[in-house]
Ligand binder design. Structure first.
Ligand code: ADP
Ligand code: MG
Length: 357
């Protein structure tokens, strides 16, 4: 049975002041190793020294703020650490590049004990191990309110391999990896259970039917398999973006950057059966959730029509539409074969918390 803690459990509490800033940094980072091939110097000097050989350097950063981007009452700190790394690695893969290093900066209030930060760093360490990136630095500060965590990822790619948002052409196929909407519905389930928990803290919910959705929300995985798959299939996407804010806004980003229009087919949008059933339960339209839900961390890309045979039948990919002339506009073609204008509704617009993101 899937158990979610609706409060981070910190049985033992060591006050942050007991270690001091330098002691804390040392304590949290002492077990981080480096890959000598790409990292000449990691944590411990004034700056890290990196080696990208003949590759171009890809850099991306994301800031996560407690109460805005995450809620610690149902986000275990280990998961938060893991997710903070994933959101950045996803951006590196979306450039068709390989992540090599990350830096991690945190601001914490003294309501967090050392044990809480150990949990956070356990998640960061697990992510860096599984995704083969070195933690090469960061910064540590105190915060007067919540927890703030900023991760920067560095990656490498040969110049000719880099894929931008801007390369899509008319008639290119629009393709997505995986399935959409699950992370958003996982959040809905967690929010609902949190409300139940507030009323009756003894009630341990049975979340088994929602395992996939909750995992997609709490433990997203960046698509590290996709850039090497492109290489193996000898396909280079003409444009690419990762899906962090919902399919519709990402499709619009590709169109605007590439100066194209699009026809996106509702019936093609890949949905997991668990998303379809939970949408029925919550009386939500699953297409709307896939279009606007966000946090899927799948990749959305375009390929030349001539490359279709190379991706055809691959279970990682679903063709969901094609690019058109810019003047034709951006449309969703519904199951009833109606063409409706595609509008950007990131998950911020859907959420009750107005200032989300
Ligand atoms: P400086 O005074 O030059 O900012 P710090 O004492 O803040 O140096 O950091 C010492 C070393 O520890 C540096 O290598 C820095 O990148 C690293 N570091 C500091 N905070 C963190 C953190 N939260 N996570 C990982 N590395 C950190
Ligand atoms: Mg510092």
């Amino acid at each position: 049975m899937l158990h979610i803690m609706f409060e981070n459990s910190d049985q033992s509490k060591t006050d942050l002041s007991e270690l001091g800033e330098f002691g804390l940094i040392d304590h949290l980072t002492k077990s981080f190793n480096i890959t000598p091939e790409f990292t000449l110097k990691g944590i411990g000097d004034d700056a890290a020294v990196l080696d990208f050989k003949e590759e171009k350097v890809i850099v991306t950063t994301d800031l996560l703020v407690e109460g805005v981007h995450f809620d610690l009452s149902y986000m275990p700190l280990k998961h938060l650490g893991y997710k903070a790394v994933m959101v950045n690695l996803s951006d590196v893969y979306a450039m068709n590049a390989t992540p090599r290093q990350i830096t991690v900066s945190i601001a914490v209030s003294n309501r967090f004990p050392v044990e809480a930060l150990e949990e956070l760093y356990a998640g960061i360490k697990l992510a860096s191990k599984l995704y083969k990136v070195d933690v090469v630095g960061g910064d540590t500060s105190s915060s007067t309110s919540g927890l703030i965590i900023s991760v920067t990822a560095l990656g490498g790619a040969k110049e000719e391999e880099v894929v931008y948002r801007s390369g899509a052409k008319t008639n290119d196929l629009l393709v997505v990896t995986g399935d959409l909407g699950a992370a958003y519905m996982g959040l809905q389930v967690l929010e609902r259970e949190k409300q139940v928990f507030k009323v009756n803290p003894k009630n341990q919910p049975d979340l088994d039917p929602y395992t996939y959705l909750i995992e997609r929300q709490l433990k997203p995985e960046a698509r590290k398999d996709i850039p090497p798959l492109f290489k193996a299939l000898e396909v280079k996407p003409t444009s690419m973006i990762d899906i962090s804010d919902g399919l519709s806004s990402e499709v619009i980003h590709l169109c605007k950057n590439s100066k194209t229009g699009v026809n996106l087919f509702e019936e093609k949008i890949p949905l997991d059966p668990a998303v379809i059933s939970v949408c029925e339960e919550f009386q939500l339209d699953s297409t709307t959730i896939a279009l606007s839900g966000g946090e899927d961390y799948e990749l959305l890309f375009t390929i030349d029509q001539g490359d279709y045979d190379k991706i055809k039948g691959n279970p990682n990919f679903t063709v969901i539409g094609h690019m058109t002339e810019e003047a034709e506009g951006m449309h969703l073609v519904t199951r009833a074969n109606q063409k409706i204008p595609l509008i950007a509704r990131g998950w911020n617009a859907m959420d009750k918390k107005e200032d989300k993101k």
